[in-house]
Structure formats: C-alpha cells, structure tokens
Design a protein around this ligand. Structure first.
Ligand SMILES: NC(=O)c1ccc[n+]([C@@H]2O[C@H](COP(=O)([O-])OP(=O)(O)OC[C@H]3O[C@@H](n4cnc5c(N)ncnc54)[C@H](OP(=O)(O)O)[C@@H]3O)[C@@H](O)[C@H]2O)c1
Length: 353
C-alpha cells in the first residue's frame, strides 16, 4: 500500500503521552498536518504543551477529544487523514474481549475514513520477548522482529499478549480492507526528555528516574531489570519512517532500540557522571535488597547480558539512534526543569533557579 504523502495529514492517538507528544512534534517539524487525539482537549495539564507547539496557532496542528473506549470516537477525526500513528495506551491489558473492542473502534474509523493509507500500531518489545520467562530468553537469546514469546508460557504478561493481539488484529483488518496497511513499531525502554510535567508521573522509565532523582527508587518495590534504551525522539522518528516508507509491508514489525543496555543502579551513577554540576546524591540501590533480592538481581543481570536485542531493520530504514548518555542526560534535566522534580543533592549543592 502507499505511504503517506509528504505534507499529508496524520492523526496521532495518545498525543499527550510521552511518545505521542514527540510523534506530534516531529511530524510538525517535517511539514505534516497533525490531528492530535487526546482524551480531553480541555485538560490544560496535559494539552498546554501541545498548544504551545508551532503549528497550533496556524491550525496545522489541531486537538481532538476521543476516548477509544467509545465506539465511533475517531470517525470524524480520521476522515481526510492519510495516516494514523496509533500510540495510545488502553485502559487494560490482558482482557482479550476489551482489546478486540477497542481495536475494532479504531479499525472501523480507519475503514470508514475513505482516506487512510497506513496505520502504525505501537506495540512493544514485550510482544517480541516475554521478559517474565528467563528460561525462554536463554533458549532463544537473539531477539528480533520475527521472534514471538512462547504462547504456552503461563507467565506471559497480559501486556505482551494484548500487544500481540492488537498487532494481529490490525494486520488482518488491513489485509481484508486492501485499502490500507498496518505496520507495527515495537519500542524498547523509552528515555529522553519529557515535554510536559504530567509525563514525569507516567511511564516506567521516566517515572523511575523521577524516583531516583527524589532518592525514592527502591528495586525491591519497583522491580529490577536492566534498561534496554531508546530515545523517545528516535521512537517518534521510527514511527514517521514507517508512515513514509515505500519498503514496508502490511503486518511487519520494527524494533526501536539503540542497542544500549544499562543496569538500574548504573542509571543513578550515570546521572551524576553526566551532570556533575548538579551534585546529585547518588543512592545505593542495593540498600533495600535482601539476600533474595540481590540473588534475583544477579540472575536478571546475567540473563539480560546474554540476550541480543537487534535493531537491524530500523537501521536499514535510515534511523540513526542517539547515544544513550545524551538521552539519559536530557531526561534528567527535563524532569527537573519541565517536571519540577526536586532532586536530592549533596551538601553544598542547590538548583540554579
Ligand atoms: N514508554 C515506553 O517505554 C514504551 C515502551 C514500549 C511500548 N510503549 C507503548 O507506547 C505507547 C505510548 O506509551 P507512552 O509511554 O507514551 O505512554 P503515556 O505517556 O502513558 O501515554 C499514553 C497515552 O494513552 C492515552 N490513553 C490511555 N487510555 C486511553 C483511552 N482509553 N482512550 C484514548 N487515549 C488513551 C493517554 O491519553 P490522555 O493523556 O489524553 O489521557 C496517554 O496520553 C503505549 O502503547 C505503550 O504500550 C511504550
């Protein structure tokens, strides 16, 4: 199927979110028209950063309230769009009927739009590898797009299952329609700058770094696994490359990952190394782990050290991934400056306000 035309119109679901916000900004900077779908366009906490983007004042960016739990909510929004970047979360993962219902809402609006050529579905690396099954990761350590988690594994997460279900539902619907195609983006762990304070409260990674900065990150509570990083701006670039590419085909998946892994406790020390002027009082994340917790952490490190998550297909699309350190630095600085996080600092240091 055809890619979206240059300067065409793209609807972005989850536009107020961490990834969606960057997809919107990047689309605008590349000359597209954007319909940003949020649950409540009047929620100033979430939408002010969108309204401050260049493009809003001229009308090239418009905001639309839509809750994907409501049938028909995207009907009017998608009419006239060439592409849809479906980035939003849903309200619950692991419920097959609920997933089928929400996917059907979007599919119906795409089918009835009369104009959409391509949908990019945001899935996850969790739909490629089921992180709750270390045994499986030892057996199949190379993690790339054609790999799927073992469906018989009872420990597979509801998130992983639902993401696979959504990928398949959209690809099947696209094939049936023969008017549009559905390409999947599978992002790794997104780091990089938040654009709005509310984004610091969501998301596993920026939320965890916020806790680190506040001296509250506790691996015994928040879980332990190394981060497999990708800059949120690069995930947005992958989504747009998938909308624009003439090479991609319906049902294909593309992993967004910069090939850098970093252990949870190392993130804390890295913040201090990258921002020495800040004087961050780097916590020792082993403190709250008992013998069992330390053993679990060692097992997790060993398992992930042996896995090989690949990004070959997105590199072949022309994506040049940022260095992880730049993303970590930008995330920490944005959490403090945009998110107004008050970091724990060593004696003699203070923020430059
Ligand atoms: N962050 C990561 O590291 C990561 C990694 C892999 C995959 N992903 C996937 O990437 C996507 C975006 O993640 P994110 O980190 O950007 O999440 P996020 O910051 O929490 O944003 C998700 C957005 O989903 C919207 N949303 C939730 N329920 C909705 C509903 N019922 N109807 C319409 N919109 C709804 C929210 O809209 P409002 O703000 O308007 O309420 C929110 O802005 C998700 O599909 C996630 O599974 C993320």
């Amino acid at each position: 199927m055809a890619p979206i035309p240059k300067g065409g119109t793209v609807a972005v679901t989850g536009a107020a979110g961490f990834i969606g916000g960057w997809v919107v900004r990047d689309l605008l900077s590349r000359g597209y028209r954007v319909r940003a779908c949020v649950r409540d366009e009047n929620d100033a906490n979430k939408t002010t950063f969108l309204k401050n983007m260049p493009g809003y004042i001229s009308g090239r960016l418009t905001l639309h309230s839509a809750d994907l739990n409501t049938a028909g909510c995207f009907d009017d929004i998608f009419k006239g769009c060439h592409g849809v970047a479906h980035v939003s979360h849903v309200n619950g993962y692991g419920d097959d009927d609920y997933m089928a219902k929400t996917c059907a809402h979007i599919v119906k609006s795409v089918n009835e739009s009369g104009s959409v050529n391509r949908v990019v579905v945001t899935s996850s690396v969790a739909a490629v590898v089921s992180e709750s099954n270390p045994k499986e990761m030892h057996q199949r350590p190379v993690v790339y797009e054609d790999r799927y988690p073992d469906g018989d594994n009872p420990r597979i997460s509801g998130y992983s299952r639902s993401k696979q279900q959504a990928e398949q539902t959209f690809a099947d619907a696209a094939e049936k329609s023969a008017l549009w195609d559905s390409i999947t983006c599978c992002p790794a762990d997104n780091i990089g700058p938040i654009q709005s304070a509310h984004q610091g409260d969501f998301g596993p990674w920026q939320g965890l770094m916020k806790k680190m900065l506040q001296g509250e990150c506790n691996p015994a509570v928040h879980g332990y696994r190394p981060w497999h990083t990708v800059d949120v701006r690069d995930t947005a670039a992958v989504q747009i490359a998938l909308l624009e590419s003439v090479m991609v085909k319906n049902g294909e998946r593309y992993i967004a990952f910069n090939t850098h892994k970093i252990d949870l406790d190392e993130v804390c020390t890295r913040i201090d190394q990258l921002l020495p002027e800040l004087g961050y009082a780097t916590p020792d994340l082993s403190e709250n782990l008992d013998a069992e917790g330390l053993a679990k952490r060692a097992r997790s490190k060993a398992t992930y050290a042996a896995t090989d998550l690949r990004n070959d297909r997105t590199v072949a699309l022309g994506i040049a991934y940022r260095d992880m350190n730049d993303s970590l630095r930008d995330m920490a600085e944005s959490l403090i400056s945009v998110g107004e996080v008050d970091p724990v600092l060593r004696d003699g240091f203070s923020l430059h306000k």
